[in-house]
Design a binder for this molecule. Structure first.
Ligand SMILES: [Zn+2]
Length: 274
């Protein structure tokens, strides 16, 4: 398996100078190329349609606050084409959650099977809270999307003390979904085997690398307030921070990273450790 780190949602949010001098946020997508030539995507970033019609597809609030870059060359579709892939090569997409900046590229891959937790799909269906009514944009995916919900803990597997779910028979020992509810109801992290190491893509389980890797400095107060403000369960978010910090400190063979931190993205893209 060959692994690519792609930034498929570069954002320059309002007030970004308060985010520890980080001038932008990334949308960290993983593209896993299998030996058979297929591709598995972990998240999609935002896609070509959303970039072409940002206000209709992503909404005025998201585009005004987060100000995503709209260069189509940054989409997963175009970056995979540059790697020699057709859209139909993407057989599976696994999603940390269904926020715009993670699921906004689904319509570029209409033949893919889309794996997302059953709890996250239920959150979109129920829209039980103000938070959930505001955040989801079902217009970003096709009516005919081939959803493959997961979340049956009966077939759980132990991964460094976390209970996860194997999603794809062909990658049973290489890709494990681990529930991390908090940012959203059905938020999920994905463990990916990379040789003799593991990567853990934690989506939006945290926003600044210093939250989990303290040697890189603490997140700003502004970012911590933002993180609490967008979470459906703040206590769970705090608990997740503790669990992830312990995991990263105790297991040097596991690389823990999040979706939006540009420092983590730059280091992993360059083949370095965090
Ligand atoms: Zn996000």
């Amino acid at each position: 398996m060959t692994l690519h780190h792609l930034d498929c949602c570069t954002m320059c949010p309002l007030g970004r100078r308060f985010i520890n001098n980080q001038q932008h946020l990334v949308g960290h997508v993983l593209a896993l190329e299998t030996a058979a030539g297929d591709v598995v995507l972990v998240d999609t970033g935002i896609g070509t349609l959303a970039m072409a019609e940002p206000q209709r597809l992503m909404g005025r609030q998201f585009t005004t606050v987060f100000r995503p870059n709209r260069d189509p060359a940054r989409t997963a579709l175009r970056q995979l084409e540059a790697l020699g892939h057709a859209p139909a090569d993407v057989r599976h997409i696994v999603l940390t959650h269904l926020d715009i900046d993670h699921a906004g590229g689904l319509r570029d891959f209409p033949t893919a099977t889309v794996h997302v937790s059953a709890r996250e799909l239920a959150a979109v269906r129920d829209r039980g809270t103000f938070n959930e009514r505001q955040r989801y944009r079902p217009i970003l995916w096709e009516d005919g999307t081939q959803w493959a919900p997961f979340g049956n803990e009966a077939d759980g597997v132990d991964w460094f003390g976390f209970t996860g779910t194997r999603l794809l028979p062909d990658m049973a020992d290489e890709l494990i979904a681990i529930p991390f509810s908090g940012h959203t109801r059905g938020h999920t992290a994905f463990a990916i085997r990379d040789g003799d190491r593991w990567l853990l893509h934690t989506g939006d389980a945290y926003f600044h690398t210093g939250t989990v890797h303290p040697h890189l400095g603490p997140p700003s107060r502004y970012l911590r307030i933002f993180e609490r403000g967008v979470a459906v369960n703040r206590r769970a978010v705090k608990e997740n921070h503790v669990r992830l910090t312990e995991l990263a400190a105790g297991h040097p063979d596991v690389t823990v990273f999040c979706a939006h931190d540009p420092v983590e993205f730059a280091r992993l893209r360059a083949g370095q450790q965090i």
